[in-house]
Design a protein around this ligand. Structure first.
Ligand code: ADP
Length: 260
């Protein structure tokens, strides 16, 4: 607010007219929009060269393996893994700009939620030797949702569970049906989250301080994106956690238990 413009006319102690402007709020909105536009354009532009590097790395890796150059092929595989990380980071930035500008799109179909969760869990089990992903599905049903987005949410919760459990190996993924809602939880026995930080972890760019950056890399976007996806699909996301003991992240979605 510009104070000079915001001085009210006062008559007998009552405000009769308010000459205020929303200039600062408009400016803030415009700056936010410019920031979102910049993020959107920058991440979009980054995507093309990274996709091309990935394609070349894969061809090069295959050529080196064929030529028996296993050491060199191994280096290319590591390069490819880093390119994947970069692709995921760029994907997260793009998703945030889409969420913030209301452009996140969903391709909804009816599907068996356990099946999609099981496929995602199986894929992720291949990425870790240390952690054991245990599926505990007590019921199944159909949800009307975007399969890829739901898989993205589960992937995010499980990769967090892996990342924040450096000294324990068990991660339990459970599903159940309650009052026409599917409830999916990912439980770990890792570092946990202090009670006063538990709500904040769903905010964009928020990371619990004290997390050593080099030990736990990240941008603080995964839970924001995941909770926004679940919100837009008509559900809720929450966390129960005890510092030093572990965390359970859950989400619910409207489901049809008889449809499977
Ligand atoms: P990132 O992991 O990239 O920092 P997220 O949005 O996924 O971003 O998570 C936000 C923050 O919440 C993390 O930085 C971490 O402090 C905390 N967090 C998320 N998942 C867990 C977990 N399973 N255990 C402990 N802390 C977690």
């Amino acid at each position: 607010w510009h104070l000079a413009q915001a001085l009210p006319f006062i008559n007998d102690g009552k405000i009769i007219k308010w000459f205020g402007t929303n200039t600062d709020i408009d400016e803030q909105k415009q700056m936010q929009r410019q920031k979102d536009d910049f993020l959107g354009i920058a991440s979009h532009e980054l995507k093309t060269p990274v996709t091309s590097i990935k394609a070349y790395a894969q061809v090069l890796g295959a050529m080196l393996t064929k030529e028996g150059e296993h050491k060199k092929a191994d280096m290319v595989t590591r390069m490819d893994a880093q390119v994947n990380r970069l692709t995921n980071l760029i994907g997260d930035l793009l998703d945030v700009t889409k969420i913030n500008s209301g452009r996140l799109q969903f391709n909804k179909v009816w599907f068996d939620f356990n099946q999609v969760i099981k496929e995602t869990v199986d894929d992720l089990q291949h990425t870790t030797q240390k952690h054991k992903l245990i599926a505990d599905f007590s019921a199944t049903g159909q949800i009307y949702s975007d399969k890829d987005r739901i898989s993205q949410v589960i992937t995010n919760l499980i990769t967090n569970a892996i990342k924040y459990s450096p000294h324990t190996d068990k991660i339990i993924i459970s599903t159940k049906l309650e009052d026409n809602e599917a409830i999916v939880c990912v439980q770990d026995f890792g570092i946990g989250i202090p009670e006063d930080k538990q709500d904040k972890v769903f905010e964009q760019f928020y990371r619990v301080s004290g997390n050593k950056q080099h030990t736990f890399p990240g941008l603080g976007l995964g839970l924001y994106i995941s909770s926004e996806i679940i919100k837009r699909e008509g559900g809720k996301m929450w966390v129960n956690s005890i510092e030093g003991k572990g965390s359970t992240f859950c989400f619910s979605l409207p489901a049809d238990g008889n449809g499977s």
